[in-house]
Design a protein around this ligand. Structure first.
Ligand SMILES: [Zn+2]
Ligand SMILES: [Zn+2]
Length: 306
C-alpha cells in the first residue's frame, strides 16, 4: 500500500522518524524551509541592514543553504554574496568550484573565489606533503576560517553563513564533551565567534537544526547541481567514530541528534559565558588579524610548515 503524506493526499517521499511523519516532496520542502526560517529568526541571524556572505564549497549543505538564504535575503531585501575557497586540492576542488559557480549564476548571486596560495602562500596539496602527523584538516580549517573572515570583513559583510547541519553540530558537541574541552564548547553555537569585535565577522549556521539526511533529500528534491563526495584528505578519525555512534543511536532512538543539540543549548545558556571571559582578543602581531594570543593560529601554523 502506498503511504500518503501526513498533510495532503499526495504520496509520501520522506519519512521523518523523530516526528513519526510522512511527507510528500512539496510538504517536506515547505517544512524544511519553515524550520530554517524559524532558526534564522530565533537567533536573529539575519536582520534588516545586514549584508550576508555565504560560504559555498559546492557540496549539498552549502548549496542548499545558498538556495534557502537567497529566498530569505530577497524577502528581507538583504544583500547576499557567495564566497568559495580554493584550497588547492588537485582533482577535487576544481569540480566543486565549478559547481559553486554554476549555482551562483543560476541564482544570480555574486560569487567570489579566494585562494589559499594567494592568501597564505601554500596550498593544501603542499601542506599534505609536509604534514606527517595527519593534521592536514586542522591546518586547512584554520586557514580557511582566517581567509573567509578577512575577505568578508574587507567586503563589508556583516555576517558569514556556514553550512553546518544538525549532524555536524551534534558531533562537535559530543566530541568536545569526550575531550573535556569546555572552552571550545562555550564558543560553539548557532551563531558564534567573537561577537561584536570589529575584526570579526559574525558566523551564522542557518542549517544547525536540519539533519544531514534531510539536507541531502532537499537538495535532490530541488534538483540542485551538487557534487557528492569527500575531500581526499578527510580523515578525522575521532569525528568519524562519533558520527557512526550518533547515526546508530539515532536509528534506535529517533531524535537523539536533536536532544544532543538541545541539551548543549540548555547547558550553554546556564554557563552564561563562564568559559568565555578570560580571553581578551587582540591583533596578531604578524598578520594584524584577530587572535587570542600574540601570534594567531594561522601565522603559528605557517611558521610550523616552513
Ligand atoms: Zn503533502
Ligand atoms: Zn596572524
Amino acid at each position: 500500500m502506498e503511504v500518503s503524506c501526513s498533510k495532503c493526499n499526495g504520496s509520501a517521499a520522506v519519512y521523518l522518524p523523530y516526528g513519526d511523519e510522512n511527507l510528500c516532496k512539496k510538504h517536506f520542502a515547505e517544512s524544511l524551509e519553515k524550520r530554517v526560517r524559524r532558526t534564522v529568526r530565533e537567533f536573529r541571524m539575519i536582520e534588516k541592514g545586514d549584508s550576508i556572505g555565504v560560504a559555498v564549497s559546492g557540496g549539498k549543505d552549502s548549496v542548499s543553504m545558498l538556495y534557502l538564504l537567497k529566498d530569505i535575503c530577497d524577502s528581507m531585501r538583504v544583500p547576499l554574496v557567495a564566497l568559495s575557497v580554493d584550497e588547492g586540492i588537485k582533482g577535487y576542488r576544481e569540480g566543486t568550484l565549478k559547481i559553486a559557480a554554476e549555482n551562483c549564476r543560476k541564482l544570480g548571486v555574486e560569487h567570489k573565489i579566494l585562494s589559499f596560495k594567494k592568501e597564505t602562500g601554500i596550498t593544501v596539496d603542499e601542506i599534505a606533503k609536509k604534514d606527517e602527523r595527519m593534521r592536514t584538516c586542522s591546518y586547512c580549517g584554520v586557514f580557511r576560517r582566517w581567509i573567509l573572515n578577512k575577505a568578508a570583513r574587507e567586503m563589508g559583510l556583516s555576517k558569514l553563513a556556514v553550512g553546518h547541519n544538525l549532524d555536524d553540530a551534534a558531533q562537535t558537541v559530543l566530541m568536545n564533551f569526550l575531550r573535556n574541552e569546555p572552552f571550545r564548547l562555550a564558543r560553539f553555537g548557532p551563531s558564534g565567534g567573537v561577537i561584536g569585535h570589529e575584526l570579526f565577522v559574525d558566523r551564522i549556521k542557518p542549517l544547525i537544526r536540519i539533519p544531514e539526511r534531510e539536507v541531502a533529500v532537499y537538495s535532490i528534491i530541488k534538483k540542485m547541481n551538487i557534487r557528492f563526495g569527500r575531500c581526499p584528505y578527510a580523515h578525522e578519525a575521532f569525528r568519524n567514530e562519533v558520527r557512526v555512534f550518533l547515526n546508530d543511536t539515532e536509528e534506535k532512538f529517533p531524535g537523539t541528534k536533536f536532544r544532543v543539540f538541545n541539551s548543549f543549548m540548555s547547558v550553554r545558556d546556564a554557563l552564561g559565558g563562564k568559559f568565555n571571559t578570560d580571553e581578551t582578543p587582540m591583533r596578531c602581531k604578524e598578520c594584524g588579524e584577530l587572535s587570542s594570543k600574540e601570534v594567531c593560529m594561522r601565522c603559528h601554523m605557517l611558521k610550523e610548515l616552513r
